[in-house]
Write a protein that binds this ligand. Structure first.
Ligand SMILES: Nc1ncnc2c1ncn2[C@@H]1O[C@H](COP(=O)(O)OP(=O)(O)OP(=O)(O)O)[C@@H](O)[C@H]1O
Length: 543
């Protein structure tokens, strides 16, 4: 029983134990399942952590890239700031410069106003002069005539807009016993025919002369510097980059080369070219002081028959080819610049063709063209301005008979005369505003065509001689270039030209006095009208 009881107990314990085991196994299963779930959760978590890590890395990269971008932007911003600062500084400089220009213009405006007042004063003086002389009819008439002439010159100047100026210079002839030329005033030349006095006494009774009018006449005693001062307007135009041509024109031996070159190293006797070069060097110094970058080139050519010779290279060149340009080196002192340019001329002119003719021991048988090309760099407008100055010593016009040339000399004389006539035709066409300008008629006009037009300025110095030998050539040259000419034929006996001229002039005035009185009122109104015009021109010039 006890055994049975014990067995039962054991069986019960076994059963309980197996039950417990089963429970435990179930629990284990549950736990295992739970653990499996936990493990898969853990794996999921790991995956999530990895994903988060990836995201974090991504963020870090983006952050680094953004930092890089920020640094770049910072750099750009500082560069822009620098640029703004620079622009501010240059604008301030410009404002300062404009202020200075404004001050300069104000000053000029004041000066112009002062000039206007002075002009008004002189006009008043002139008007009171008219009043003063109005009692004496003769002086009034004379005064009116002179005044009308001046007004005509002014009109002439205005109508050609100052583009062409023709002046006359008379060469001194101390050895001549008789002279064919007298200068009446600053504008008139009187030419007497020497043959009439040499012919029959009957003809000698009838003396005649021709009066030629110019924009200015330089008498025998005029100095090189007087003539040079007359070029001021033209030179200033060139320094502002206009195209300008200055010619010396006239018969052989009349002083063209003397006027153009003179004695280059002699302070008083140096001619237009060395004086122009002095002014050019001064001007370059001014440009440099004002920070204006400039470039100067010179060329020297000779036009002989139908050939162009580069005198710097001493070689013939084609018509369409540019001659060698000798560049003025930068950074030279005034004296060195001048020396450089003078040396160019001295050595180049040695290559020029010169021949002995009946009229001149050293006659230039070619046209010499000395050209200065000027380039100025305008910083404000950021552009280059260019101008050319041609200084032309023309070959002498002459008559084949008089020069007694033959062969080659005769051929060259024909070429010279043809080219001078072509030049005169071109100048006339420009002056008369003709559309078609005949450049093609000579090599000279073709070579200079870019500077011989309505946009350029031209000055012609007519050189003449008062020696009776050159009478016919002088007359031809005067006929070709004067502004106005008038023939006077009067009766007189045994008078020297100077006293003759004075008394003839007075007689002329007395004879025409009656006629002039009739037209006086008409003239007066013309003068007044022209004066009004002048005043209005002055106004437009000043304002
Ligand atoms: N105004 C003057 N004062 C002093 N001498 C002068 C003057 N004009 C000319 N002469 C002298 O007259 C001579 C002839 O002058 P120049 O050679 O200049 O003439 P040209 O017109 O150039 O002649 P060509 O056409 O034959 O070359 C020279 O000896 C020159 O020195």
């Amino acid at each position: 029983m006890i055994q049975q009881k014990q067995n039962n107990q054991i069986n019960f314990s076994e059963y309980a134990a197996s039950e417990e085991l089963e429970d435990l196994q179930d629990q284990e299963k549950i736990l295992k399942k739970h653990i499996g779930i936990q493990l898969s959760n853990l794996e999921l978590l790991n995956i999530q952590i990895l994903a988060e890590k990836c995201k974090k890395n991504d963020f870090v990269l983006k952050l680094q890239f953004s930092n890089h971008l920020i640094q770049q932007k910072d750099q750009q911003i500082s560069q822009i700031c620098q640029k703004i600062e620079n622009a501010k500084i240059s604008k301030l400089k410009q404002i300062q410069m404009y202020k200075e220009i404004q001050i300069k213009y104000n000053q000029e405006y004041q000066n112009l106003n002062l000039n206007k007042m002075q002009l008004a004063d002189s006009l008043q003086l002139l008007q009171s002069d008219i009043q003063k002389y109005s009692d004496t009819e003769f002086f009034q008439e004379l005064y009116d005539q002179q005044r009308q002439n001046i007004l005509e010159f002014n009109e002439e100047l205005l109508s050609s807009k100052g583009r062409i100026r023709v002046v006359c210079r008379i060469r001194p002839q101390p050895e001549a016993t008789h002279k064919t030329i007298l200068v009446n005033d600053d504008y008139k030349v009187l030419l007497f025919d020497p043959h009439r006095s040499l012919q029959s006494p009957e003809k000698n009774k009838k003396k005649s002369y021709i009066e030629y009018t110019f924009m200015k006449v330089f008498e025998e005693d005029s100095k090189q510097v007087d003539l040079f001062n007359d070029l001021n307007f033209f030179l200033n135009s060139f320094f502002q980059c206009s195209n300008v041509s200055i010619f010396t024109y006239g018969p052989t031996g009349s002083g063209k080369t003397f006027t153009m070159f003179g004695e280059i190293k002699n302070q008083k006797q140096k001619g237009i070219i060395p004086r122009c070069l002095e002014q050019l060097c001064q001007k370059i110094e001014e440009y440099e002081a004002n920070g204006i970058f400039n470039e100067v080139n010179v060329s020297i050519v000779e036009l002989y028959n139908d050939k162009i010779k580069d005198l710097i290279q001493n070689a013939n060149i084609q018509e369409r080819k540019e001659p060698s340009l000798s560049k003025l080196p930068q950074g030279l002192e005034f004296k060195q610049k001048l020396q450089f340019l003078l040396q160019q001329i001295i050595s180049a002119t040695k290559n020029r063709i010169v021949r002995k003719t009946n009229c001149n021991q050293h006659s230039s048988r070619s046209h010499l063209v000395f050209t200065i090309k000027l380039k100025l760099f305008d910083k404000i407008q950021n552009k280059i301005n260019e101008g050319q100055l041609h200084l032309v010593d023309l070959a002498g016009s002459e008559r084949i008979q008089l020069s007694q040339t033959t062969g080659e000399g005769q051929k060259e004389t024909i070429f010279i005369n043809q080219s001078l006539q072509a030049l005169s035709a071109v100048l006339k066409s420009i002056k008369n505003n003709v559309i078609h300008i005949p450049y093609r008629n000579s090599l000279l006009t073709q070579y200079l065509r870019n500077s011989l037009n309505s946009n350029s300025k031209t000055m012609v110095i007519l050189n003449i001689s008062s020696h009776p030998t050159y009478y016919s050539q002088t007359k031809e040259a005067l006929n070709l270039l004067c502004l106005k000419q008038q023939q006077y034929i009067t009766r007189s006996q045994h008078q020297t030209p100077s006293s003759f001229e004075k008394s003839e002039r007075n007689k002329e005035l007395t004879q025409t006095n009656q006629q002039q009185t009739n037209t006086k009122n008409k003239k007066q109104s013309i003068v007044e009208r022209k004066l009004n015009n002048m005043q209005s021109t002055q106004k437009t010039l000043i304002f």
